[in-house]
Design a binder for this molecule. Sequence first.
Ligand SMILES: O=P(O)(O)OC[C@H]1O[C@H](OP(=O)(O)OP(=O)(O)O)[C@H](O)[C@@H]1O
Ligand SMILES: O=c1cc[nH]c(=O)[nH]1
Length: 218
Amino acid sequence: MPLTQPFILNKTNSIANQFLAELRDVTIQQDKYRFRKNQERLGEILAYEISKILNYKSADVQTPLGTANINLAAEQPVVATILRAGLPFHQGFINFFDRADSAFITACRKTKKSGAFTIQIDQISAPNLDGKTLIMCDTMLATGQSTVLVCKEIIAQYQLKALHIAAVIASNEGIAHVRANLPNAKIWTCAVDDEMTSKAYIVPGLGDAGDLAFGEKV
Ligand SMILES: O=P(O)(O)OC[C@H]1O[C@H](OP(=O)(O)OP(=O)(O)O)[C@H](O)[C@@H]1O
Ligand SMILES: O=c1cc[nH]c(=O)[nH]1
């Protein structure tokens, strides 16, 4: 598969801009339900966009009055996410890919005194991914280290058919890291931000996605 440009949702104006604005808004994001719901909505929208490039096959559907011919997806992707921040975004994907299996990965940043961090993968709970199209969705693609490490681990275990990486907000650095390390992956995001803090948080970003969705981690 050739290296393609990322799909960036907010390059085109749509109602999705409203969901993204609310996610970023420091006041509105205090409403945890709305914060999760807006991620879910954006997951649904990106799922719809990704669905356009899957393979389809013709099928007949019997209505009460006749037969309708319609193209239906010839395969179901597997939708994966990294716990815990990615859960609401993942929910949006499986709302639309409602026949798809899911995979869940437990991974976290292990920060040293110097501020440098490594990613620790604790568990990958996945169905057999051989021959599957995998959508790895996670709210933030910051350094890209979590996504790349997790995907490399999965690729070492399974022969994927295709790999899609989806994020609500991606940094330029994260996109570059994915493109350098997973050249066959297609990237889908709602927005791209230029900067990061010294602790590798995206600026302007939205803050700590996991804490805002589920409460502060101790
Ligand atoms: O691109 P990276 O630099 O690897 O960072 C991205 C990771 O950060 C977020 O999780 P977070 O650290 O907020 O953890 P949480 O899910 O435990 O809250 C996000 O969901 C990614 O997994
Ligand atoms: O900006 C960021 C980066 C990593 N994790 C977050 O929750 N936010």
